[in-house]
Design a protein around this ligand. Structure first.
Ligand SMILES: Nc1ncnc2c1ncn2[C@@H]1O[C@H](COP(=O)(O)OP(=O)(O)OP(=O)(O)O)[C@@H](O)[C@H]1O
Ligand SMILES: [Mg+2]
Length: 370
């Protein structure tokens, strides 16, 4: 889909080339993550793919076609690009910013408006609140999310994303990553993704390309990179605790079937039955759901002593954070640490209860791999 052959870029006046003899292929529908130290040539590589920079030598093929012979303007309209500096147009509202490419492509007005709403909602910015604002009235992380919405709005088959989630907090970042992976599973776009965060690379990448001083050091699947780093440099980049890093590779749904937990209690469950249910539970607490299986809270053995009541609803404690089953085991771990609990509840998009993962489950996964 995207093929770089012996691509070199030397900027005028610079001694060393920014990118040196790069050979790399990104298969259709794959996410290829570029990682490496600041200044190693990641952004330059991306900007050659959409021809913001022209290679000094070498060839780039997109779908087998010579990219250097294509019309650069048309090429850029078909490649979604999230730039590292976000690069929103300051004099345009958020809505106008997101609609840039659809406007260039002369889509009908109502189609643009609908799609803008959809994309803003997707990145977690309520269109009613943010549509008419200017970029200066947004936080850095919010601007970054507008950048992602803008790149995705016209549904381009290829996306170049330069540190798209760099400026958002860890929880929002995990949510955006998961949302992004969910869309990607459906859309199968071909994506080149830059990050400084090796954990993000392991989570997002079908392949990871490690660069250093303008050269490609290793291009492999996350799993191969963890188990067989090509040299000391890659090993140090991947870091220690490689078995713990595997938590980024496993999705909750992959282990949820195997863990055997007590069934949840319902809000109207009588005290006797509730006690029985708690006895069956191995985490000394039980999740509580309503008639529609929506998660309502948790009851621990101690709650029964502290409070009085007749049915489960009288004893419920709130649960502040839960995760969906397409999140990774590492996301689950983050929530546990954040909340100071040894478990996390798993729900679907409608907040319906799907199961519980405990710290012990995570340790089992790490142990098996180690
Ligand atoms: N327009 C330019 N003119 C001259 N040199 C440039 C230009 N753009 C980048 N460079 C140089 O090329 C090298 C690679 O830069 P590049 O932006 O690709 O790095 P990067 O890997 O994206 O780094 P970072 O992680 O900091 O974003 C750097 O040494 C940089 O100074
Ligand atoms: Mg860069």
């Amino acid at each position: 889909m995207i093929r770089l052959e012996n691509v070199t870029k030397k900027f005028p006046g610079m001694k060393a080339p920014a990118v040196k003899g790069l050979n790399m292929e990104v298969k259709e529908g794959d996410v290829c993550v570029l990682v490496g130290p600041s200044g190693c040539g990641k952004t330059t590589t991306m900007k050659m793919i959409n021809r913001i920079h022209e290679p000094t030598s070498g060839a780039i093929y997109i779908n087998g076609e010579d990219a250097l012979k294509m019309n650069p303007i048309k090429l850029r309209l078909d490649i979604g690009y999230v730039i590292q500096e976000i690069g929103l147009f300051p004099h345009m509202t958020i809505e106008e910013n997101v609609a840039t490419v659809p406007n260039e492509k002369k889509w009908p007005k109502d189609k643009i408006s609908k799609k803008v709403d959809e994309m803003m909602t997707l990145v977690g910015l309520d269109p009613k609140v943010y549509r008419k604002r200017y970029p200066s009235a947004l936080s850095g992380g919010q601007r970054q999310r507008v950048g992602v919405a803008r790149a995705m709005v016209s549904d381009p088959p290829i996306m170049l994303m330069d540190e798209p989630f760099g400026a958002v907090d860890p929880i929002t970042r995990a949510r955006l990553q998961n949302e992004f992976l969910r869309i990607q599973e459906r859309m199968g776009k071909t994506i080149v993704f830059v990050t400084h965060d090796i954990d993000e690379a392991i989570k997002m990448g079908d392949t990871i390309a490690v660069m250093r001083d303008g050269c490609l050091v290793q291009h492999a699947t996350p799993s191969d990179l963890l188990s067989a780093p090509a040299d000391e440099f890659v090993a140090s980049l991947v870091g220690r605790n490689r078995s713990i890093k595997r938590l980024h590779l496993v999705r909750i749904r992959e282990i949820l079937q195997e863990v055997d937990r007590a069934k949840p209690a319902t809000v109207d469950m009588p005290l006797d039955e509730l006690k029985k249910r708690l006895e069956d539970s191995d985490i000394r607490s039980v999740m509580v759901v309503d008639r529609d299986n929506k998660l309502k809270g948790i009851i621990g053995v101690d709650d029964l002593k502290k409070k009085t009541g007749e049915v489960a609803a009288d004893y419920i404690q709130d649960i502040t954070e839960s995760v969906t089953s397409d999140a990774t085991l590492n996301d689950a771990l983050s929530v546990m640490l954040e909340c100071g609990e040894g478990y996390v509840a798993i729900v679907n998009e409608d907040d319906q209860y799907e199961g519980t993962i405990t710290l012990g489950d995570l340790l089992n996964v790490v142990k098996e791999d180690g």
